[in-house]
Design a protein around this ligand. Structure first.
Ligand SMILES: Nc1ncnc2c1ncn2[C@@H]1O[C@H](COP(=O)(O)OP(=O)(O)OP(=O)(O)O)[C@@H](O)[C@H]1O
Ligand SMILES: [Mg+2]
Length: 312
């Protein structure tokens, strides 16, 4: 079953005061996200990610095209209770404490007094807000507000969670925690749709991604497929290696970089299996430090797709 479906979704903003002109922020976007998927919605600044999320939430209306969430039109009241949403820049009543805010939202969702406060407590634990929960939100740092926003998005134990840049403003530890949290949601069969321009987040989390550029979908597919022609060569790091040996075997080496005395990084072509050269090297007394496949990262794919899209 599809959790999220868009069909030719298009959004024109009207810009210019005296002579309004349409500005196309999203151009015929068609995507389909299956239930239980963690889907990464990627693109550079201004690509149209937030616009898409707002359309999915029915916070804004499409110029044309359709959106369905859990098989119903976006914005359908029965669907609203089954989804969660973290906006790009969450803004909360900042004279409330984190705890008060979450209890307030839990009550809005129809949870009763004691249930609401235990649920709020659980979620604050989950997102790593400890003693600070009794502080007013105006005293919170950006990353802490982001965490409260995440807790808010999960209050109703949603089936589908929409997160607009969930890692933004978080320190490395916070990013790791959010990654773990998303994986836990996946284990529990939840659908997660998140936007990001940080590709390593997507690489480590997503079943599938879509890449958006200037309002257009430029690629979509499994992360493993997008990295399709994966290995492009090998990087071999050796110690106790002499310059003479490197010279002698240079025919089988694409590039040799001297890192330190006797220590080299050798790039080997994809056509030849690295074992043969490795054997010859170790025969001279050199020792293996590491051997890694060289493959394009999602970053490379991203840059390539976007530059070809721009050239069109
Ligand atoms: N209310 C608006 N009126 C006019 N143009 C808008 C409006 N909101 C967004 N835009 C434009 O639409 C385009 C897409 O914006 P959007 O916020 O969806 O991008 P994004 O992918 O979320 O970028 P970021 O990574 O910076 O968050 C941008 O060019 C932006 O200037
Ligand atoms: Mg955005």
């Amino acid at each position: 079953m599809s959790a999220i479906r868009t069909d030719s979704l298009t959004k024109d903003y009207s810009t210019g005061f005296w002579r309004p002109r349409p500005y196309r922020a999203l151009d015929h976007l068609t995507i389909d996200v299956a239930a239980g998927e963690v889907f990464g919605f990627l693109g550079p600044n201004g690509a149209g990610k937030t616009t898409t999320l707002k359309l999915l939430m029915r916070l804004i209306f499409p110029t044309s095209g359709h959106v369905e969430v859990l098989g119903r039109p976006a914005g359908d009241a029965s669907v609203k209770r089954r989804i969660g949403y973290l906006p790009e820049n969450p803004y909360f009543y900042d004279n409330l404490t984190a705890e008060e805010l979450l209890v307030y939202y839990a009550r809005l969702l129809g949870q009763r007094g004691r249930d609401a406060s235990s649920r709020a407590g659980e979620l604050l634990d989950l997102v790593g807000i400890g003693r600070e929960r009794t502080l007013q939100l105006r005293k919170f740092s950006k990353g802490m507000v982001q965490r409260v926003g995440l807790a808010q998005a999960l209050l109703n134990d949603p089936e589908v969670v929409f997160l607009d840049e969930p890692m933004s403003g978080l320190d490395p530890l916070g990013r790791r925690e959010v990654r773990a949290l998303i994986l836990r949601l996946r284990e529990r069969g939840r659908t997660v749709f998140f936007s990001s321009h940080i590709l390593s987040d997507a690489e480590s989390l997503c079943n599938r991604v879509a890449i958006l550029s200037a309002g257009r979908l430029v690629a979509t597919g499994a992360v493993s497929e997008l990295l399709a022609f994966d290995v492009t060569g090998w990087e071999l790091v050796m110690a106790n290696l002499s310059a003479a040996t490197v010279e002698r075997l240079s025919a089988g080496i694409v590039r040799a970089t001297r890192i330190a005395e006797g220590r080299y990084a050798l790039e080997l072509p994809i056509e030849s299996a690295p074992e043969g050269l490795l054997r010859e090297l170790t025969a001279t007394g050199a020792t293996l430090v590491s051997l890694n496949p060289i493959r394009p990262t999602l970053e490379d794919v991203f840059v390539k797709k976007i530059s070809t899209a721009a050239a069109r």
